[in-house]
Design a protein around this ligand. Sequence first.
Ligand code: KG4
Ligand code: ZN
Length: 352
Amino acid sequence: MIILGIETSCDETAAAVLKINHSDLIILAENVSSQIALHKKWGGVVPELAARRHVDIILPLINQTLTGAKIKPQELDALAVTGGPGLIIALQVGVETAKTLSWLWQKPLINVNHLEGHLSSPFLNQNSWSLINKKNTWPALALIVSGGHTELHLLKGLGQYQMIGRTLDDAAGEAFDKVAKMLNLGYPGGPKVSRLALEGNTAAFSFPRPMINKPDFNFSFAGLKTAVLYTLKKYKPSAIDHLLKANICASFQQAVVDTLVNKTIKAAKKYKTYTISLSGGVAANQLLRLSLTNAVNKFLSHSRCLVSPLKYAGDNATMIALAGYIKVRSKKLSNHLNNWQKINANANWELW
Ligand code: KG4
Ligand code: ZN
């Protein structure tokens, strides 16, 4: 199948063309236009600005992607679009554009949950895609860590997921962003915190590892964020210097990573999974990538750790195209020409 993927759920406008079947995966073209510069001065994503920018560039970006792929619309087998969750007015731009193109080009439209996209991203290269047909790949455990979600899913096979744990309050990425704000590091917070953490001491502050001893697989990061806030309040503003900030970043990041890795390993042991995958924007965090890989090698000798390629950790349309293919392949969706008539953006679309 040749699939055009479209993603506009937050602050990235993205399009990709994927040529795929059960054994081969070829990325014909992919483009991501980031809105970081647009939102930077506001300290976070402004939905109205995000949506307007998506409107301005979505069609030129799709056009550029098809040209780059050397594919004419008639050659596409389907379109896949992120229908939710995300910012409603941002999602609507991608969804309404995809519906219009689906009708115009007479191609089926596949509605993809953004988290199905993140779940697919660790399989976005030929080596990992070839694992899907191997018996010792499944069951798999997927840790998704993004700005809006922190979830553990058990995957019995491709496209067969069941949520076994999630955050009860803030997502891991949200905690990174909020700590960055407290420390005046700017937006987007995650990369700023992890960069500054390199200069700090991970043991400078003993921040809590929330819910680490609970038997379930849920997470909670609000208390950790508050612990950082209370620590900061002990200092006069003039005493909050570069080194103190670096120490806070390093200690906070270590607490988040310890919590995520600990729970993931426990879940992998319980469900006896052969593959442990990591995806979502926070999967760009080097300490997390390394710590989870090391822990899987150390504690789960018969398992492999499949970390999302760095460029597919954050939001992109290639993962949406792949998730679209997986949905059709696992017969979760008919590949119907008039699918577009039933598709609407849904800001709160839960995967489970
Ligand atoms: O998946 P994503 O691009 O968007 C959502 O679906 O939410 O994730 C964005 C999140 C943000 O919270 C951002 O701060 C975080 O991923 N992030 C990081 C890093 N890079 C991005 N968090 C920690 N360390 C990083 N290096
Ligand atoms: Zn995302």
